[in-house]
Design a protein around this ligand. Sequence first.
Ligand code: DQA
Length: 164
Amino acid sequence: MKVVVIQGPNLNMLGHREQSIYGPMKLEDIHNQMRAFAEQNGIEIEFFQSNLEGEIVDRIQECLGEADGIIINPAAYTHTSIAIRDAISAVQIPTVEVHLSNVYAREEFRQKSLTAPVCAGQIAGFGPFSYHMAMIAIVQIMNEVKAMREAQQAQQAQQALQNN
Ligand code: DQA
């Protein structure tokens, strides 16, 4: 099973940008922690960061047939991007939205997410630990989907046997 982690604009500046809001940890360090968790759980993981909306849309589309789950922090595009929302909706791959900060305790324009309604759920406000929780959530969801598919296949095989 494979998870693709997609990071939106300015997240490459973590460790430098507004440390009082986002903390001192660099994106690379967050990714190293996620990689360690993925390895412990036998999950393949890949990371992507872009400051460009279209590149994020492209990366989500590329997940089709490649990823079993997506973790995304669309950053500022959370609050503006119908294109990213539509891409998440189009691929139909279980997706968890993540935010380092508690966007609901901040400016009004951050309190609306265009992308969360097409995700399985959203985790916000726990700093880098938000990503750890997103990993736990996506692994759980991917296992559930896998179990459901296997049950369906077993049922179809049983049906085929009965029909012969
Ligand atoms: C953010 C919250 C967004 O409102 C902001 O534009 C970001 C980071 C977060 O992780 O807390 O860039 O997504």
